[in-house]
Structure formats: structure tokens, C-alpha cells
Design a protein around this ligand. Sequence first.
Ligand code: NAP
Length: 262
Amino acid sequence: MDLGIAGRWAVVCAASKGLGKGCAMALAQEGVNLVINARSQDALEATAQELQTRNPDVDVKAVAGDIGNDSVQEAVLSACPRVDILINNNGGPPPGDFRDWGRDDWLSAVEANMITPIELIKATVDTMAANGFGRVINITSGAVKAPIDILGLSNGARSGLTGFIAGLARQPQLAGNNVTINNLLPGSFDTERLQNNLSLNAQTQNRPIDEIREQRTQSIPARRFGSAEEFGAFCAFLCSTQAAYMTGQNILLDGGSYPGTF
Ligand code: NAP
């Protein structure tokens, strides 16, 4: 299927590894020019090179820095000649017990996983609307739909973003001008972050990592973790011309883990 987005420009935040990189790869494959971001310059440059190899016909620009910083947001946006597609992504807040968190922990989580995407959306959607095309995808978490006890900061901050997006996506000046805004909710995807979590669990439980991994995959109806490639392919479809009638939705990609009917 031709997704109809070749020649468009996309900003993909937090894209040197994992899910963000999966999205950038899939968009490059479709002929979308890219501005990618992450904090570590070396990993980011390596990913830019991989993207360029994947599709030598697209332009790829890399802007290093913490996407939560205003100056980095400005640099990312100004590196992009025209933002047709915005993929909001960031590191997730740390796990823990809410009894141990203070005001600063909450402010950091809300800043990273709610305010940063909102600021980037604010800077781009009205121009998308004026151009008659725009796609915004926010990478959130399955924890928005089924909260995970130890991820209270993530449950809270991402739910704030979700509530805001539900209203914004339905503004006629956006939806009526072919600007769609949707959230992708990952379950368990085989990325560096997941690997680190498995290692930490293996250490704290003093068990082999393979055993922990097997136990986790057996708890998923699909009996496996998702891959960044399949996440990226889904994201690229949501950015397509064909996906124009879907907006304001929360789409769970979790191998069947969420147990509800809806
Ligand atoms: P990952 O494999 O650790 O990759 C994270 C990417 O984000 C890296 O490129 C990292 O590069 C970049 N990054 C992190 N903090 C950043 C910042 N402040 N500014 C700019 N770039 C930043 O993680 P992932 O598994 O792809 O997860 C991506 C998001 O999905 C996270 O918010 C995570 O909580 C959420 N999520 C993931 C899963 C899963 O199963 N993988 C499930 C639910 C939710 P640098 O470190 O160099 O900046």
C-alpha cells in the first residue's frame, strides 16, 4: 500500500533507539524526510546514518539534546522546513512508590510526558491546518488504559496528556483541516528500556534473566514482546493519507494483554 506521504517532513522526538527509531525507520521507508532527536549525539548520528542507508532519497537531520528543553524544541522545529508529521516521544518517568515522590518528581514527569508534547503540538498544528495536512502521534503507554502500580508518575502524567488530546483533536479548526492527533499505547516492546527493566528484575529477584523474560512473555496472549519495527509500521500507517478519518483515538498495541472488551 502506498501511504501517500512521500516527500513530507516529520519530526520524530527521542528517536535514536527503541520505539522512536522504529517510527523514524518506517517513515523513511515511506519516503518521508526526517528531523530526529535524542540526547546522546553519537547514538543519534548512528541512527541518522542508518535512516539514510534505509532510504538514500530522503533528507535526514539530527538535532541532539533533551527534548524537554525549550531551546532544543526550538532547534528541532527550526531544522524542519515544514512539520507535516510530529511524533512525540520521550523517556518515561522512573518507577517507585508515590509515598517517596515529592513535588519535583511530579513536575519532572508532567514536564517530560505532558507539557513537552503539548508545547510541540502548539508550535505546529495551526500551520498543519493552514496547509491542509497534519499528523500528530503521541507515544504514551498501555499504562494509560490499565495503570501499572509502580509507574504512578507515568500513569498520572500521560493520562493528563491523554485528556488534553481528547479535547484538542476534536477542534474543528484541526479535524476539519485534515489534521489528526492520535495516541499510540505500547504494551511490552523489545527495546533497550525493556531489556534494562528485565535486567533490574533479574538482579533484584536473583533469578536468571531468561527466566524473567520467559515469565513476562508467557503473561502476554501473543506469547512474545512486540518489535520496534511493527510499532513503527503502525505509526506510519496512522500518518498516511488513508488514516485521515481517525482522530482523537488511543490505540493499544499490546499483543492482547489488556483484558477488556473495549
Ligand atoms: P528506549 O529504547 O530506552 O529509547 C528511548 C529513546 O529516547 C532513546 O533514543 C533515548 O536517547 C531517547 N530519549 C530519552 N530521553 C530523552 C530526552 N529527554 N530527550 C530526547 N530524547 C530522549 O525506550 P523505548 O522502549 O523506545 O520507550 C519509548 C517511550 O515509550 C518511553 O516513554 C517509554 O516509557 C514508553 N513505553 C515503552 C514501552 C516498551 O515496552 N518499550 C512500554 C510502554 C511505554 P538518549 O538516551 O540518547 O536521549
